[in-house]
Design a protein around this ligand. Structure first.
Ligand SMILES: Nc1nc2c(c(=O)[nH]1)N(C=O)[C@@H](CNc1ccc(C(=O)N[C@@H](CCC(=O)O)C(=O)O)cc1)CN2
Ligand SMILES: Nc1ncnc2c1ncn2[C@@H]1O[C@H](COP(=O)(O)OP(=O)(O)OP(=O)(O)O)[C@@H](O)[C@H]1O
Length: 206
């Protein structure tokens, strides 16, 4: 299956979850995340506001605030439409829908930090595999914004997902940034962050 067909099938799966399944998964993901030293150590955390059946980081945000961590939300960059800003998120933050109808903070550059200063990034996804392969919404925003992570030791990239979003293998594109962890309501997957040899070089067409 190509990326587009896979994305569409996985989005349908995500949207089919009941409210109760969503709540249980969101609570489980916080329990799993609390076990990760990378999360406990993090002071500056990128989060997102759930959309289209994505697992919600809301309880993680409340926990992080209570622990004195700083949370940041993605804001689409209107000058460089391929990248995102990360702006401080507090209970007072004023949110407005962006062009995809996802609420985001009204841009205030004085509240934004460079992506290189984040300790940990919670990434939404439509699909994942145990090697750290990620399929997003198709905008390439996370891939472009965090392309530098391939040669940096920070931030740690952690995908949040429903168990039903796991697939055997995501067709990896050359620009894909691999995640170090994928956390679901049931389990934290430490990914191998390495492409199997048979996938190398076979990626350009996606
Ligand atoms: N919660 C959340 N926030 C996020 C992302 C995300 O995936 N999830 N993004 C991660 O990149 C960025 C937004 N990227 C997105 C890319 C495409 C669509 C989307 O719904 N596309 C529609 C077409 C909409 C249109 O063209 O107007 C679609 O595919 O049906 C949504 C968000 C920033 N914020
Ligand atoms: N680092 C990059 N440099 C150049 N182009 C890129 C880069 N990353 C992604 N792209 C472009 O973005 C498009 C969408 O990429 P892809 O399908 O991997 O998005 P995604 O990972 O599903 O979305 P997102 O990261 O927003 O959640 C690709 O067609 C590709 O052309």
């Amino acid at each position: 299956m190509d990326r587009k067909a896979l994305r569409s099938a996985l989005r349908d799966r995500r949207r089919a979850l009941s409210e109760l399944q969503q709540e249980q998964a969101a609570a489980g993901v916080l329990q799993q995340l609390k076990q990760l030293p990378e999360f406990s150590r993090s002071r500056k955390l990128a989060v997102y506001l759930a959309n289209d059946g994505e697992i919600s980081p809301e309880c993680i945000v409340r926990h992080a605030w209570a622990e004195g961590k700083s949370c940041y939300l993605p804001v689409l960059n209107n000058n460089d439409k391929t990248k995102m800003h990360f702006q401080r998120y507090t209970p007072e933050t004023v949110l407005l829908p962006n062009r995809f109808n996802i609420p985001e903070p009204v841009l205030d550059l004085s509240l934004c930090i460079p992506a290189t200063e984040l300790d940990l990034v919670l990434m939404p996804l439509t699909g994942f595999d145990e090697s750290g392969g990620r399929l997003g919404m198709g905008g390439g925003f996370y891939d472009r914004t965090f392309a530098f992570v391939k040669t940096a030791d920070k931030p740690v990239l952690v995908g949040l997902a429903h168990e039903c979003q796991k697939v055997e293998s995501i067709p990896v594109a050359e620009w894909d940034v691999l995640m170090s962890w994928v956390v679901t309501g049931d389990k934290a997957y430490k990914t191998s962050k390495k492409l199997p040899d048979d996938k190398r070089g076979a990626t350009r067409r996606f």
